[in-house]
Design a protein around this ligand. Structure first.
Ligand SMILES: Nc1ncnc2c1ncn2[C@@H]1O[C@H](COP(=O)(O)OP(=O)(O)OP(=O)(O)O)[C@@H](O)[C@H]1O
Ligand SMILES: [Mg+2]
Length: 461
């Protein structure tokens, strides 16, 4: 579409001239109407003008009595621009075809004879939806731009905004940072963001996963070793700490470091000098430490598994990443952003999620957090055959357990219990029926959004 061309174009595809005339007359004042009498003409106009809405008669020549040409047109249009709202027009006996068309991705269907006023309502709704979707896309681009400022970390919810504020504040300083959060919440992403925003950004970012290396090798991995220091040490090897000189050392799963090594690490952090295994020379190294943990480090300290003095050295600033299930509308936001990313990578035209799929995404507990969401969406994009991702494509149909049966009244116990149980039921139901949209659910329940969040927290939803 050329710049400045009107955004209210509708394409009318019908082989009957009278109908075309009637619709042009009826819609011409509000919309820019394009007319096509057959499939070829329709597709030419469709490509050239990219109308936002189309009405498509399925019985097109040379197959006026059948629907083959109509379906061919529908399929091609959706292939070219899947977001177009196509209203399929069928004859009296066309119910089955109408349903098939909607399954293929048509927006709605309408049975002849045409009642202009009725059709106008459907058309105006279709345009309205286009406006909302355009607005959503605009919002998403803004969010992506903002994510760019935060090194690709996406998050609109208050707790993630808080994370961004902290990251930006600490990045410019030299303090050590401890990032905590469940698996897959983005700890490494945050560590890299801090490094990339810091003055050390041109120096290396070296990551070491302390939980993945056997205890016996970890010391040498961290501090390096001299030739001959142990069997198999044929040459001098530098440790990760030395490689990170002038840059950032990311100690992932720091909670897994064995006690002896915790002491050595602490000494290094105090003196900024290390000795390679088997060496005697003190080597000065300048690194900034960012550590991550997905275990409760406070508990580990209480249990004596993690040294408090080491924690106070490293955890000068802590960043707590909330689990994905507590990030409200960020869940669907991320789901949509991943969808766009993977469908463009896989060259697949996927328009979005079905309402059921959105509901599953919003209500699932996401134990594997953002990583799990990313993987599920990737899988869905590979699996999907239509234009819309269904809950099966996400692997939900088999995994989400059925909702617990509603308890009988006498099982509630006290009045307070009953009130609580009913409150919980109503909240769940509102969230479900509003497709996981918390703002809408709050509206339906007649409470403010923050109140609803509080209630959800209270009920562990
Ligand atoms: N807020 C976010 N926006 C965009 N992508 C994210 C976000 N959080 C995490 N991801 C993506 O999710 C995946 C997991 O993130 P990351 O590896 O940083 O998690 P982690 O907390 O280190 O996980 P683990 O505890 O398993 O090591 C990565 O692909 C990352 O890019
Ligand atoms: Mg990680």
């Amino acid at each position: 579409m050329e710049k400045g061309e009107s955004l209210n174009k509708i394409l009318i595809v019908d082989d009957i001239e009278d109908i075309r005339k009637q619709l042009k007359w009826g819609l011409g004042r509000e919309y820019t109407v394009l007319l096509a009498a057959d499939g070829t003409e329709a597709l030419t106009l469709f490509r050239r003008h990219q109308p936002l809405v189309v009405t498509l008669d399925l019985g097109l020549p040379p197959d006026e009595e059948g629907t083959e040409e109509g379906f061919r047109c529908l399929g091609e249009m959706l292939q070219i621009a899947p977001a177009t709202k196509i209203i399929v027009i069928t004859g009296n006996d066309g119910r089955e075809n109408a349903l098939k068309a909607v399954q293929m991705g048509a927006y709605d269907h309408y049975t002849k004879p045409v009642d202009l006023d009725e059709l106008k309502v459907i058309i105006s709704r279709a345009f309205h939806l286009q406006t909302i979707e355009a607005e959503n896309r605009r919002l998403q681009s803004t969010i992506m731009e903002r994510a760019g400022e935060n090194n690709g970390i996406i998050g609109q919810c208050p707790s993630m905004q808080q994370v961004f504020t902290t990251i930006r504040k600490v990045a410019q300083s030299e303090v050590s940072v401890m990032v905590s959060g469940e698996s897959g919440t983005g700890k490494e992403l945050v560590a890299r963001a801090i490094h990339d925003m810091s003055l050390r950004k041109h120096a290396p970012f070296i990551a070491i996963n302390c939980g993945a290396i056997p205890d016996t090798l970890l010391e040498s991995e961290l501090f390096g070793h001299e030739k001959g220091s142990f069997t198999g040490a044929h040459v001098r090897v530098l440790g990760k700490v030395e490689y990170a000189h002038k840059g950032t050392l990311f100690l992932d799963e720091i909670g897994e470091i064995p006690g002896v090594l915790q002491v050595k690490l602490l000494r290094f952090l105090q003196e900024k000098k290390l000795q390679r295994v088997g060496g005697r020379e003190d080597i000065s190294v300048d690194v900034r430490i960012i550590a991550a943990t997905n275990i409760d480090i406070t508990k580990a300290m209480e249990d004596g598994r993690f040294r408090e003095d080491l924690f106070y050295r490293i955890g000068v600033v802590t960043v707590d990443l909330p689990p994905l299930r507590n990030r409200g509308e960020d869940i669907l936001l991320l789901a949509n952003i991943f969808l766009r990313k993977f469908s463009s990578e896989c060259n697949k035209k996927v328009r979005g999620y079905s309402p059921e799929a959105e509901q599953c995404i919003a209500s699932y507990s996401w134990p594997g957090n953002v990583r799990e969401l990313e993987n599920k969406v990737k899988r869905a994009v590979i699996m999907v055959t239509g234009h819309q991702i269904e809950s099966d494509d996400l692997g939900f149909a088999t995994q989400t357990p059925p909702p617990p049966p509603t308890p009988e009244i006498h099982e509630f116990g006290t009045l307070k219990d009953a009130r609580e149980a009913l409150e919980r039921e109503m909240i769940l139901s509102a969230i479900r029926t509003q497709g996981g949209n918390i703002a809408k659910a709050a509206d339906v329940l007649g409470v403010s959004r923050p109140t609803l969040y509080d209630l959800m927290k209270k009920h562990g939803i």
